[in-house]
Each structure stands twice: as structure tokens, then as C-alpha cells.
Write a protein that binds this ligand. Structure first.
Ligand code: ATP
Ligand code: MG
Length: 159
């Protein structure tokens, strides 16, 4: 499943263009030098991207910004990030956020919908691809979720 990274990221922003417009959020996309094809299970990585973008949309107020970036990391991995300037995640919750069903502050999450599974599924998928996922976040400033994927086919595992 060779996939063109720029196409994949353009298509995910297209899938959310209506919801973005509704909230007055303009997505930005940045593709680093030398980023081209990647061998992945496209449906699974789409699921990761869909969750990260839908989280960014849910937890970012009207008029905010969502930035997608793909670049080559120094260890031969591709790094993809989704950054928003929304409400952020408190430090104490950051390490638990990838656990199943974990959601920050039930009160703020209740009216947002969702099950708290998205990030744990994203982590499973990224791990199965041989990558890792983590986040940087500050309350009131925003959240950046970064995940890495090996550039090369993993011993035929993805074929
Ligand atoms: P689901 O993805 O199953 O619909 P969910 O979005 O609540 O539900 P996760 O995607 O696993 O679940 O996210 C877990 C929790 O992490 C969220 O409930 C929210 O509290 C917090 N969170 C995730 N992404 C962000 C973000 N971009 N900004 C602020 N908080 C976030
Ligand atoms: Mg989610």
C-alpha cells in the first residue's frame, strides 16, 4: 500500500472541510522536503488522522487553527503532527490520555460526545506500524499530537 503522504493529508482535511467551515477553522498543511511515499495500511492511518482531527475540532473554539505537518524525522521515520490552539490538556491527564476510555474532566467531555477510545486505538495502530505517538499540550494554549511511521516497508508486514 504505497501512499502519497501529501494526498493522504489533503484528503483528510477535505473530509472535515464542512465541520471546519462551520467553526470558522482554517486548516493549514505543511509538507517537509523529501516527503513522498510511505508504505502503510491506509485505512488504519486514516482512522488515526480522523480521530486526531476530530479531537482538534472538538476541543478548539470557533475561529481557531488546526495545523497538519509531515516531515522527515532524523531517525528515518516520517513524523506527522496535528496541532490546535484549543483548550489544551492538563499535565496530570497527559500520560493517561492514551488509555482506553480515559477522558479529561467528565464535565467538559460529556457534551462533546465520544467514548474516549480514539487515542487508544490510534496508539495501537501506530504501534502496529512500528511507530510511536505522543503529545505536547498546555492548558489554554493548545495541543500538538505527533506520531511517527517507518518510511520503508516493514518486512512485508503491511503488504
Ligand atoms: P472518541 O475519540 O472515542 O470519539 P474522545 O475524543 O473523547 O472520544 P480520545 O480521542 O481518546 O477520546 O481522547 C481522549 C480525551 O483526551 C478526550 O476526551 C479529551 O478530554 C482529551 N483530548 C484529546 N484530544 C484533545 C485536544 N486536541 N485538545 C484537548 N483535549 C483533547
Ligand atoms: Mg477522539
Amino acid at each position: 500500500r504505497p501512499t502519497q503522504v501529501v494526498d493522504m493529508l489533503e484528503e483528510v482535511t477535505d473530509r472535515f472541510s464542512f465541520q471546519m467551515q462551520e467553526k470558522g477553522i482554517k486548516p493549514s498543511l505543511s509538507i517537509g522536503d523529501g516527503v513522498g511515499m510511505i508504505w502503510i495500511d491506509r485505512d488504519q492511518i486514516d482512522q488515526v488522522l480522523d480521530n486526531l482531527i476530530s479531537n482538534a475540532l472538538k476541543y478548539t473554539p470557533e475561529g481557531g487553527t488546526i495545523s497538519l505537518e509531515a516531515r522527515n524525522a532524523d531517525d528515518g521515520m516520517l513524523a506527522i503532527s496535528v496541532e490546535d490552539n484549543g483548550m489544551g490538556i492538563p499535565k496530570k491527564d497527559q500520560e493517561r490520555i492514551f488509555e482506553r476510555f480515559y477522558r479529561v474532566d467528565k464535565a467538559r467531555s460529556r457534551n462533546m460526545g465520544g467514548t474516549g477510545l480514539g487515542l487508544s486505538i490510534a496508539r495501537e495502530i501506530v504501534k502496529a506500524h512500528g511507530g510511536s505517538i505522543w503529545l505536547q499540550s498546555e492548558v489554554g494554549k493548545g495541543t500538538k499530537v505527533i506520531f511517527t511511521l517507518p518510511q520503508q516497508e516493514q518486512g512485508g508486514r503491511m503488504t
